[in-house]
Design a protein around this ligand. Structure first.
Ligand code: ADP
Length: 504
């Protein structure tokens, strides 16, 4: 069995067409356009060299600090506090005091006013947030500028509007806040995930302790500065950083009344076990292995863009990524041919370059996980194809990749790779497409591409996934609920449903 390392030249920066298990990948000749660099200006960025915990509206020192690096060049950007169990206790008790004394007492209209303020200040600083998000997480600046930050702002605006209309949201029922919400977020959309969680919690009258993920703490601490500027009463939002131990301390703290978690299914299961027998409310948004279904009557060029956006957006670090492409057998060859061409035009590189389509992999650990699963795909006999773009010499990178001839039994058809790697399967009839789409432990999202409206409705109504797109992919809106079935979790974030998670 060949290992990925042995095959280094095959999938290394300057690799030529590869042979895997006797099958040629048929890699196309390099045909990339050369663009001059267009690097986003960083002079306006204000970052401290060290971030303390943000508790009770103040910066609070702790014993341990850890470094956060830029995954595109492995340079340290800043040090951030590592919150211990006693720090978590301090943050939760502060949030509880702020709930009892201030936030549960002020009018709903005033709650809305503060959230609007946060939204407006964020809007003014949108560019700075976008650059920091790309530096800390590795994502392409064009995505943080047009997706992450505007959507985060939109969530604050959206839920600000609901704050004094909760009775209308749940007509005929009396609703009230819960208390302290403990929120744990992943590294793929840091500010956006924070907005998804903080905005509805505040609108519903709860206070918050939120923890950023290990590799992407910076935009949350910048949000802390915005919260100070908005003069949100002290202790209503407390922001901390740390690892799984810190997250577990939030989950286990007796005073957190609601847990909102976005992350891996594995950790979601641990959290479920931990809160069993308590009266905590919980929402879990976990992994996915979405089917993106292309029927033979689909507008194919548009569908190719949907496939690209579905799996290579944010380096594939997207829980609702269209990571399983189900293509009707009659158009398989043409779809693969078009996809190969399109893959070669994707620009991989410096996240701060405005021309970059695919940025850096978020961490070395994630890069290793992607490499391991790709190696498994090769060993299992799927046909491997990869873009031939050049990669920077430093940092964590993985070229856009897809596997064709994937079988349902392959691990790459079942496990979440969370990287720029697509698995292509085929089907003959709509019934087979639905059967295969649902043949997964997950159920977060799905996409359908066809010319026929009736086929869209017929197919999507049979798919067990929380979010479905037709003739588009990875589109988000704060008014639209997001969440999963099966091992993708439960509970919804966004929309009116997102309020229910923070009310009793
Ligand atoms: P990923 O694989 O995307 O890194 P994880 O589920 O490991 O996803 O991490 C998502 C978030 O959950 C991170 O903020 C991480 O620190 C936190 N976390 C990890 N382990 C635990 C745990 N046992 N309890 C609570 N939070 C945890």
């Amino acid at each position: 069995m060949k290992t990925l390392t042995e095959q280094k030249q095959k999938i290394s920066p300057n690799g030529n067409p590869v042979k895997t298990n006797g099958k040629s990948t048929g890699a196309l000749k390099k045909q990339q356009w050369n663009y001059s660099k267009s690097i986003e200006d960083q002079k306006h960025i204000k970052l401290k060299s060290e971030y303390d915990l943000f508790i009770g509206g103040k910066w609070v020192k702790t014993k341990k600090y850890f470094e956060t690096i830029n995954p595109s060049n492995e340079e340290v950007i800043a040090k951030v506090a590592y919150a211990s169990e006693s720090d978590v206790d301090k943050a939760v008790k502060t949030a509880e005091r702020a709930y009892d004394k201030v936030w549960s007492k002020i009018s709903a209209k005033d709650r809305g006013k503060y959230i609007f303020r946060i939204a407006r200040i964020l809007q003014e600083k949108a560019r700075e947030f976008a650059v920091i998000e790309s530096m800390d997480g590795g994502k392409a600046i064009k995505e943080s500028k047009t997706v992450d930050i505007p959507l985060a702002i939109a969530h604050f605006f959206y839920y600000a509007g609901w704050a004094d209309k909760l009775d209308l949201a749940f007509a005929g029922r009396k609703v009230s806040s819960i208390g302290v919400a403990g929120q744990i977020i992943p590294w793929n959309f840091p500010l956006l995930m924070a907005a998804w969680k903080i905005a509805p919690a505040l609108a519903c009258g709860n206070t918050v302790v939120i923890k950023s993920a290990e590799t992407t703490p910076l935009t949350l601490y910048k949000l802390a500065e915005v919260i100070q500027e908005a003069e949100l009463p002290e202790g209503v939002v407390n922001i901390i950083s740390g690892d799984g131990m810190t997250g577990a301390a939030i989950v286990n703290h007796p005073k957190t009344k609601k847990i909102a978690f976005t992350g891996s299914t594995e950790v979601g299961k641990i959290i479920m076990r931990q809160i069993a027998g308590t009266d905590k409310k919980i929402t879990l948004e976990l992994g996915g292995k979405a089917a993106n279904i292309i029927f033979e009557d689909a507008p194919l060029d548009a569908a190719i863009e949907g496939i690209i956006n579905g799996i290579y957006f944010n380096q594939g670090h997207v829980c609702c990524a269209g990571s399983r492409l189900l293509v009707q057998e009659s158009v398989k060859d043409i779809v693969i041919k078009k996809l190969k061409h399109r893959l070669q035009s994707l620009k991989v590189g410096d996240p701060l370059d405005k021309n970059t389509d695919v940025g850096a992999i978020n961490s070395k650990m994630q890069l290793n996980k992607i490499k391991e699963l790709v190696q498994i795909g090769i060993d299992e006999g799927a046909t491997f194809y990869q873009s031939q773009c050049e990669l920077p010499s430093r940092g964590y990178w993985f070229r856009p990749t897809f596997f064709s001839d994937v079988a349902q039994s392959h691990r790459i058809a079942n496990e979440e790779i969370f990287g720029p790697v697509l698995s292509i399967l085929t089907f003959r009839t709509p019934a087979e497409a639905v059967e295969k789409a649902n043949n997964t432990f997950y159920g977060l999202s799905a996409g359908v591409w066809t010319d026929k409206g009736s086929k869209i409705f017929k197919t999507l109504s049979k798919i067990r996934a929380g979010v479905v797109w037709s003739n588009t992919y990875n589109k988000f809106n704060p008014a639209s609920p997001f969440g999963g079935y099966k091992e993708s979790g439960f509970g919804r974030e966004g929309g009116r449903h997102g309020l229910a998670a923070y009310l009793k």
